[in-house]
Design a protein around this ligand. Structure first.
Ligand SMILES: Cc1cc2nc3c(=O)[nH]c(=O)nc-3n(C[C@H](O)[C@H](O)[C@H](O)COP(=O)(O)OP(=O)(O)OC[C@H]3O[C@@H](n4cnc5c(N)ncnc54)[C@H](O)[C@@H]3O)c2cc1C
Length: 365
């Protein structure tokens, strides 16, 4: 085929979570690198044409938000992004004012009953990100088609293109489809049928973001650790109290939930915290907002201060909280239909958030 007329390889990424947007940026980078290295390869010389299809109506249309920690994958994250975006990564940190050390960072784990420090887990190159801010930053320059919920796809038995069908009746054509549509991946369901369904774990998680009316709570939580602390409770339950200085909470609309800047990093009244609690229970239905907070507070909490108040003092109308049973999927090799369908991120390895490192794995994907 004539180089000039060779068409680009069309990549459709399903899902604009952290995995989807990093794949988008990474594939664009591959194009630039490969262009120099593989002059004779038509497909690579012409690069990847990446389109991301996301079911949400916009980036603000997201009920659940959280923060996450990455450590060992930081160099990968930096290298997969164009320099102009990688340079701005600190703007997506939860605590922009915290002077991260390259080495020597430790994540504290406490006995939640006594407050005794149990151990400091080594976390080289630790960074805690606001998921919302990281997504927004990494979307720069990408073609994201909003409101496109993947339903199914069809393809022939050769290497021909894939036709993707969306719930709204639209279709799209691609040479490669990457399912980055999270732990309940519909692309996975397409590949595996019922075997692609996530399995309930018997663990329930309630998580959300909160700004406490009482700044003493904020101050004491912040003093435990300025980025993140984890309390292990006697009954085997785990609570993570992770703080960040950016973010609006207890918002009543998605718009309000968008991140706001802190004016005074010295003022605990402006601190926002990401609180997550896990406990053993097979809750059948997901709860949100007031109902989720009610259920969270109704749980026995065998914890000392400040972890006790971190839960007790969540305003009852805090709408950002979501409670649901966690699910997982045991990764199984799939038939990629002549390398035309891939899975990545939580869609490919869906584990519980307590097994930290999922985002790190997404970065590696
Ligand atoms: C409370 C909490 C704390 C966590 N802490 C950490 C941590 O400290 N460290 C860490 O490494 N990991 C952590 N994780 C896990 C980590 O956040 C996830 O592994 C990671 O965000 C997964 O990203 P993803 O893009 O693969 O999936 P998702 O973030 O779920 O994104 C999937 C996207 O696909 C879209 N989508 C879904 N279905 C469709 C469809 N049919 N069509 C189109 N679009 C669709 C969704 O709307 C969504 O935007 C935590 C998770 C939680 C919940």
């Amino acid at each position: 085929m004539d180089m000039a007329t060779a068409s680009k390889l069309r990549v459709a990424v399903i899902g604009a979570g952290v995995t989807g947007v990093l794949l988008g940026q990474g594939l664009k980078e591959v194009r630039q690198t490969m262009r120099r290295l593989w002059i004779k390869a038509n497909v690579l010389q012409n690069g990847f044409e990446v389109t991301i299809y996301e079911q949400a109506a916009s980036i603000a249309d997201r009920f659940r938000e959280w923060t996450f920690l990455i450590h060992w994958s930081l160099p990968r994250l930096q290298s997969v992004l164009p320099k102009r975006i990688a340079d701005k990564l600190p703007s997506a940190y939860t605590n922009r004012f915290y002077a991260y050390q390259q080495e020597g960072e430790r994540l504290p784990f406490y006995d939640g009953m006594t407050g005794r420090l149990l151990y400091l887990a080594p976390c080289t190159q630790m960074r805690r990100f606001s998921r919302a801010k990281l997504r927004q930053l990494c979307m720069e320059g990408l073609d994201v088609q909003w409101g496109k919920r993947f339903r199914e796809m069809e393809m022939d038995d050769t290497n021909g293109p894939v036709t993707i069908h969306f719930e709204d009746g639209d279709t799209a054509v691609a040479d490669l489809v990457i399912g980055a549509d999270g732990s309940n991946s519909q692309v996975r369901r397409y590949l595996f049928g019922e075997g692609g369904r996530a399995t309930p774990s018997g663990w329930t998680m309630c998580s959300g973001t909160v700004r406490y009316a009482d700044s003493n709570i904020a101050q004491s939580l912040h003093e435990v650790h300025p980025v993140c602390s984890i309390a292990i409770l006697e009954d085997g339950y785990l609570m993570a109290a992770c703080k960040y200085l950016l973010g609006n909470t207890c918002a009543h609309t998605n718009r309000e939930r968008e991140v706001q800047e802190v004016i005074d990093p010295e003022d605990p009244k402006t601190f926002t915290f990401h609180i997550a609690r896990w406990w053993r229970a097979s809750s059948s239905e997901a709860l949100a907002g007031e109902l989720a907070v009610q259920q969270l507070k109704a749980q026995v909490l065998p914890a000392c201060e400040p972890f006790r108040s971190a839960i007790d003092k969540i305003p009852s109308d805090c709408s950002s909280f979501v409670l649901s049973q966690l699910q997982y999927w045991r990764t199984t090799p799939w038939n990629s239909r002549n390398s035309r369908v891939l899975l990545a991120g939580d869609a490919a390895h869906s584990m519980l958030p307590s097994k930290t490192g999922l985002d790190s794995r997404s970065v590696r994907n």
